[in-house]
Design a protein around this ligand. Structure first.
Ligand code: NAP
Ligand code: G3H
Length: 471
């Protein structure tokens, strides 16, 4: 059994009560973390507040030097990090290593971009006008809260934490329950590396400690990635309204013509079903006309049935979902679609938390699957009269993260992309968050504010002016 503890003010916090972390691979306890109390959480915030003055007044180079040492610790402890990702959230070792590699790259690029912002924006920017000289600086906001989801336990954590720390903020970090062994381990790696209290990890179930965290009066800003339900709650109850939310998605793939359907099917399978569909940016509906759907569906069935289903330890492409509850939710969407006339082309088999990849044709707006996010390997085909109707469906979705357009004529696709109201539109490729230097945006129920390396540096800082007046 693994055991890692929350870290507050450079110290590990033991608690009487612990949270058991159940591995999706074995459905048995894999480890445990501290289950913090309100008092512990308050200490995390007061510590972060008290260290802000020291950390924010270090030079950027000094902060980068500290954070670079932490990054080196992550590299040196890659084997443990990969093992934790694999067992806590059910990724293959290859995917876990890829997530770590992407994170290391993210951290390095954040250092580079922070230096550019310093040169260009962190002042003083001086202008003499009407006897006034204005000095405008970009300054850290203060104490930030970073809350990450289970599905990218290091990458989506560090993509919040590193930009905030590099710009001089101090942080209270709440990892997802599945992902909190890793979160606590990352906290341990800071001990003796970062000044105490600059980075604090609080662990416990979100349903028990989430409100305690999010209503703390010390909070200056929040960066949250997770479900729309929890994101909205944070917006409602957090006293600071300075919040960046990256939430759920229902990314459509709209196939405009029948060009290279084999490639389109590959992109749909990779985009929709990798990590068993547990990605916000997974393709979550296929929208096209009857003629194209009739050609595409059999190609998809053939590719989906060739996928390896099983344990991530055997490198299976489709692995178990994060919990049995998650699998049951997917099953309810399948059952609802079948009851209302959906035609299962392949799949519809669930064993515990393992959901076989499922493709359902003739999905209509009477079915939950039409606009619900399954967060599992379930793909609906929605048949439309024409592409205008496809665009209308994309724009009427409760979500607006990304969309993909596939077709022959790039210029026409570019024009069509401008009519689609999502954060981003991908032309001739699956939807995805990266490259990480790109802004990552969600509209409607998919988010509020912008992520991405440069945008995170801006969202964790504000402009401050000091105006000197001639008497
Ligand atoms: P989740 O259930 O919303 O949990 C996200 C985080 O919020 C976890 O750390 C969770 O802790 C915490 N939390 C739970 N209740 C809370 C509360 N009352 N106050 C504060 N925090 C609370 O989401 P998930 O199941 O981990 O992730 C899947 C969802 O995230 C999907 O909807 C997916 O689309 C979305 N997502 C979006 C993006 C994006 O960038 N747009 C990226 C990844 C995932 P516990 O785990 O302890 O409950
Ligand atoms: O789950 C949501 C992530 O932000 C998706 O990232 O597109 O790189 O898989 P990704």
């Amino acid at each position: 059994m693994k055991k890692y503890l929350a870290v507050i003010n450079g110290r590990k916090i033991t608690t009487e009560k612990c949270v058991a972390i159940v591995s999706p691979i074995t459905l048995k306890p894999y480890g445990e973390v501290s289950s913090l109390t309100k008092k512990d959480i308050d200490t995390a915030f007061t510590t972060a507040r008290s260290q802000f003055a020291m950390w924010s007044t270090l030079t950027l180079d000094a902060r980068i030097a500290y954070l670079d040492k932490w990054k080196e610790q992550m590299v040196a402890n890659a084997a443990e990090i990969v093992e934790l990702i694999t067992y806590e959230v059910g990724k293959t070792k290859k995917d876990a290593q890829a997530e770590l590699d992407r994170t290391i790259e993210y951290i390095d690029e954040t250092f580079t971009e922070a230096r550019k912002i310093t040169a260009n924006i962190i002042g003083p920017d001086v202008t003499g006008i009407k006897n006034k000289t204005g000095h405008f600086f970009r300054v850290p906001k203060g104490v930030g809260v970073s809350i990450s989801p289970f599905n990218y336990p290091i990458n989506l954590a560090m993509s919040k934490i590193i930009p905030a720390l590099v710009t001089g903020n101090t942080i209270v970090f709440k990892p997802a329950t599945n992902g909190s062994l890793l979160g606590a381990f990352l906290g341990e790696l800071t001990m003796g590396i970062l000044p105490d209290g600059v980075f604090n990890v609080v662990t416990g179930r979100g349903s028990e400690i989430g409100d305690e965290i999010i209503t703390n009066r010390e909070i200056d800003f929040v960066s949250f990635t997770g479900s729309t339900r929890i994101g909205k709650r944070i917006l409602d109850i957090c006293p600071s309204k300075d919040v960046v939310l990256e939430l759920g998605g229902k990314d459509p793939a709209i196939i405009v013509d029948a060009t290279n359907l084999d490639y389109v099917a590959d992109q749909i399978v990779l985009g929709g079903l990798s990590y068993s569909g547990q990605r916000c940016t997974a393709i979550k509906s296929i929208i096209t006309t009857d003629a194209i759907a009739d050609q595409l569906a059999p190609i998809l069935v053939q590719k989906i049935e060739a996928l390896q289903v099983g344990s991530p330890l055997d490198g299976a492409f489709i692995g178990p979902l994060i919990s049995e509850g998650a699998a049951q939710f997917v099953q309810t969407l399948i059952d609802d679609a079948i009851n209302k006339g959906g035609k299962v082309l392949t799949g519809n088999k669930v064993i515990d938390n393992l959901v076989y990849p499922t493709l359902i044709d003739n999905v209509t707006n009477t079915m939950q699957l039409f606009d619900e996010e399954p967060f599992g390997p379930l793909l609906p085909i929605i048949r439309v009269k024409n592409i205008d109707e496809a665009v209308m469906i994309a724009n009427h979705s409760q979500y607006g993260l990304q969309a993909s357009l596939f077709g022959e004529n790039e210029t026409e696709l570019f024009e069509l992309a401008q009519k689609i109201n999502t954060g981003s539109v991908n032309i001739n490729a699956k939807s995805q968050r990266g490259p990480d230097i790109f802004p990552f945006i969600g509209v409607r129920n998919s988010g509020f504010g912008v992520q991405g390396i440069v945008d995170a540096l801006y969202s964790t800082t504000r402009i401050k002016g000091i105006v000197v007046n001639k008497r």
